[in-house]
Design a protein. Sequence first.
Length: 271
Amino acid sequence: MMNQKNFWGCGWRGAWVGVFALLLSVLTEGGAAAQPVRNTNAGAAQVTRRSSALLIQVDSLLAVGDYAPAIAAIERLTARRSAPALLLRLAYAHEQAGHAPDALWALRRTYELRPDRTILRKMDALAAAHHLTGYEYGDRYFFFTLLRRYYQRLLEGTLIVGVVVATVLLLRRRRHPNARPWGGALVLYVGLTALSVNLLLPERFGREVIVRRPTPLMSAPTAGGAWLATVPAGQQLPVTGEAEDIWLPVRWQGSRAWVRQAALYSGAMVR
């Protein structure tokens, strides 16, 4: 019979409960995955049929070059569900209609849902054609986008593996009470996992915003600050901190500047 005090000086059952609670707390702090919303009402099929009919109409409008009504129809569809296929259509329609900033925003939303280097190259080319900066991307950018996209799954997989390994080792410990202690290794694993959760949080990486309309950049978060520059619609700016009232700090030509949040597209992209 195994000595109940062999594992960190306490009973093995208590130790296992503690390990499980710690792993569960790490998983919870890392950010719980959004629960899927299941549409169980009887009208779901009708909504799907209406969406399909509207999508057919969108494709017909795009085929004949009638972009304004196509954009309006796509925006109605994306209000219900932001799918990459819809957002790519929206980007195409905006580009063909001459709305480069809106096209860039739609492409960026597409990229967040489906990271792809082709989309990055398209954004870079479209921005360069309209003399917009802030769209220079590299491998680091692509890596951190993937990390943000699959962060929750990687975290859950790591913790599940830890729970399984801990269970197997506990069972083995019961059968072989004189085996080499492994509690320290488990503590190290949990500690490294918790450290990774905190260091690799997507929120810790930089983020960027896109300007919706031409707007001034100020030296301070107030209308009384010194004017630094006026950036065009579609300009992408790295965010350097938290917002203060209606102002957001950004980096402009190596220095901190402030931009009104109302002049930006909603949301910010990890970099």
